[in-house]
Design a protein around this ligand. Structure first.
Ligand code: PLP
Ligand code: SF4
Length: 348
């Protein structure tokens, strides 16, 4: 906690100092459960006056250890669908490969906080070989997603090696990397990493911007470097109470992403992970928000609002409410402004 005041001395004596110091117990709990860590860069984005969307993503909160609503550490049953350590194979055609359990910044709403931030749980070299063997011997897998933690907390050498190995597997049609480094540590987008993307591409890179304040000049530069490698750049964000659950913030975030050449992909309903429910936005509010932004920003800037079904059901869109009555013969649709429309129905 003291580091925060060293990195941002202007916080001393301000209204936020009291707020931050009042969280000493939450910081202690974090040290044992889900670590606190932030990069000086990401901290520099946080307001010195109020508990802004950046602070809310990083400051430990006692509600994390006293969750009345969400009880499961692994609601998506990722550990159950793990044929070899560090690899989740749930959808028949896609495998999620956790290359690291470390990140530059630990997001308090992390859906993998059961293991993320504990470096010793990161899969090692032997696990990597086993994962590669598994992927090689399962021709039904058409896509591998490098995930974590943050896969970019591995070295460029390891990442390059993994991409090279994956590229040599004939049945893989698509390689993806999920990383928050462009948001939390844009300096990590090195020229070596970009060269690897170029060399082993085409690769889809999915960033994780949640708030317009994260679209800083440095982050935009990193996005530009990524774009120049020819990768497909998409963004997923999590719908977070008090962070990005307003039409204004969503408009500004998604337009900003589009302007940076990053296509908004998913807006996730917060997973029901133990210790995260204070970030939950009710489904009804989420739907209203998703509806409201459609029609107010260009189509390419609109992410799909999805929920990852508990128990490992996979992701589904939360958007059927546009189609109000589900009667194919006399369909009734509601648009972003809440008005009803009656297109010609199906003939029987
Ligand atoms: C989210 C997820 C994927 C990727 O899903 P897409 O809809 O293709 O983005 C793959 N595997 C698992 C286990 C996932 O949770
Ligand atoms: S970067 Fe991703 S994996 Fe890491 S703490 Fe944040 S949400 Fe979790």
């Amino acid at each position: 906690m003291e580091d925060l005041f060293q990195l941002r001395p202007e916080l001393r004596g301000g209204a936020l100092e009291v707020e931050i110091r009042s969280r000493s117990e939450a910081f202690r709990a974090a040290a044992e459960q889900f670590r606190f860590a932030v990069t000086p860069y990401y901290l520099s984005l946080a307001s010195d006056k109020e508990l802004c969307g950046i602070w809310k993503q990083i400051l430990p909160d006692l509600r994390e250890s006293r969750d009345e609503l969400f009880h499961r550490p692994d609601p998506l049953a990722e550990e159950e669908h793990m044929p070899v350590p560090g690899l989740t194979h749930r959808y028949p055609d896609r495998a999620l490969w956790y290359l690291s359990h470390n990140c530059a910044v630990y997001c308090r709403f992390c859906m993998r906080k059961r293991k993320v931030s504990r470096g010793e749980s990161t899969p090692g070299e032997q696990d990597r070989q086993r994962a590669l063997d598994y992927i090689r011997s399962h021709p039904e897998i058409h896509e591998v997603i490098l995930s974590g933690g943050d896969p970019l907390s591995q070295s460029d050498e390891v990442l390059g090696y993994c991409l090279e190995q994956l590229r040599s597997i004939e049945h893989l049609a698509s390689l993806r990397i999920h990383t928050r480094m462009p948001v939390t540590c844009p300096q990590r987008i090195t020229s070596e990493f970009c060269s690897a993307l170029e060399k082993w591409g085409p690769i889809t890179v999915i960033t994780h911007f949640n708030h317009p304040a994260e679209l800083s000049p440095l982050a935009l530069d990193a996005a530009e470097r990524l774009r120049k490698t020819g990768c497909v750049l998409l963004n997923q964000s999590v719908l977070l109470a008090g962070v990005n659950d307003s039409v204004e913030v969503q408009k500004s975030l998604n337009l900003g992403l589009l302007k940076a050449g990053i296509k908004p992909y998913y807006l996730h309903q917060c997973d029901e992970v133990q210790g995260v429910s204070h970030f939950r936005v009710n489904l009804e509010e989420g739907l209203n928000l998703a509806k409201a932004i459609r029609g107010r920003i260009p189509g390419p800037a609109i992410p799909q609002y999805v929920i990852d079904l508990p128990g490992g059901g996979g992701k589904v869109p939360v958007d059927s409410s546009y189609f109000l009555n589900r009667d194919f013969h006399r369909p009734v649709f509601e648009n972003y402004a809440g008005l009803r429309f009656y297109p010609v129905g199906d003939r029987s």
